[in-house]
Ligand binder design. Structure first.
Ligand SMILES: *Cc1c(COP(=O)(O)O)cnc(C)c1O
Length: 360
């Protein structure tokens, strides 16, 4: 038993150990890890049949990271470097998942963590995580963009480390997702579909693909297809959105910090950044759960909703592989799930009534 456990522990080493040569670490860097990364790349044949049978679709299920979102890939790097630099405290603005991740990795590192959240706009699971890990959780009467402006000002003036994706170590950690996809497929996919909020993740994936390409590990790079929510689509519309709206709260961002980098990823790859409506997001959210057994949060489903919209427009003319990044776990937002799914049935403890309902 012992030998098996050790072997398993070695395989699941976290992204800094696994991709050490690609990460900005030295022997002096304390590695703060919860064994993030190494998430499954799940083939989705039923989804492909429903969307476009020319496509081979894979789901990169980032909900299986330690705190339930891809943010852990960046946070292991950001917190490790903060501790290396002697920081005693970190802060972030968040739609919820960055906060949950920062809170967990700070707890692991034994440093303080403060998070600024837009009041009333953060999914229940995410708030519960930040509180449980002992972060100072501050809900502000404003949106994510207001919160980010405040933490930028605070970290400019005071000795507290910013761990939003403006922190370059976040991007460095998150690029590991691209390495994992190429390693798993033994090459790059043709298309990379991803939700776009603050635009750190599309930036990170493009950096990862580009580093593998420049090192000769892959011979081409995928086209990057990014998707914003229609009510929060500043990059698509070409201007900041004052009051962004969408039920996909993780991408409810009106002025993305990595706007320019997202456009560069789009243009250098020959891809595009488009938008999907909340209705399209909810349809994809339900299709993923019902056709493939994969439960993600609404923002994550924007990648699949976008692929579906793009396929319907006749974009794909020949067989191709598409990877959709499912950025966070469905259990993050149980209220949304319950309100979107068919209602449960209440019955008295009566066998006849139950059999009736089941059609026997
Ligand atoms: C943070 C987040 C996003 C958006 O990622 P960006 O890097 O801000 O573009 C999408 N989905 C989920 C679940 C997230 O937590």
């Amino acid at each position: 038993m012992e030998a098996v456990a050790t072997e398993a522990a070695m395989r699941r080493s976290g992204i800094i150990q696994r991709y050490r040569q690609w990460m900005p670490v030295t022997d002096a860097t304390p590695v703060i890890t919860l064994f993030e990364g190494d998430t499954p790349l799940i083939p989705a044949p039923a989804l492909a049949a429903a969307i476009d049978s020319k496509l081979k679709i894979y789901l990169k299920y980032e909900g299986l990271n330690p705190t339930g979102s891809f943010k852990d890939r960046g946070m292991t790097m950001a917190i490790s470097k903060a501790v290396e630099a002697g920081a005693r405290a970190v802060i972030c603005a968040s739609t919820g998942n960055t906060a949950a991740s920062a809170a967990a990795y700070s707890a692991r590192a034994g440093i303080k963590c403060a998070v600024l959240l837009p009041a009333g706009e953060v999914a229940l699971g995410k708030v519960s995580q930040s509180l449980m890990h002992g972060a100072t959780v501050i809900a502000i009467d404003g949106n994510f963009d207001d919160a980010l402006r405040l933490v930028r000002e605070i970290t400019d003036e005071y000795p507290i480390e910013l761990v939003n994706s403006l922190n370059p170590y976040r991007i460095e950690g998150q690029k590991s997702g691209a390495f994992e996809i190429c390693d798993a497929l033994d090459g790059p996919p043709d298309f990379h579909c991803i939700p776009v909020g603050n635009a750190g993740n599309i930036t990170a994936y493009w950096k990862g693909y580009t580093e593998y390409f420049n090192a000769g590990r892959i011979d081409r790079r995928p086209k990057m297809l990014g998707f914003q929510a229609a009510g929060s689509a500043p990059i698509v519309k070409g201007h900041p959105i004052e009051n962004p709206e969408t039920l996909a709260t993780a991408i409810r961002i009106g002025n993305p910090a990595s706007w320019k980098q997202a456009e560069a990823a789009r243009d250098e790859s020959g891809g595009m950044i488009d938008m999907v409506t909340d209705e399209e997001i909810v349809e994809a959210y339900k299709m993923l759960a019902r056709l493939e057994g994969v439960f993600c949060e609404p923002a994550s489903a924007a990648s699949v909703a976008g692929l579906r919209k793009t396929a319907a427009s006749g974009y794909f003319s020949e067989p191709a592989t598409a990877v959709c990044i499912l950025t966070g776990h469905g259990l993050k937002d149980p209220n949304r799930a319950v309100s979107c799914a068919d209602p449960l049935v209440e019955l008295p403890p009566d066998k006849g009534r139950i059999l009736d309902l089941l059609g026997f």
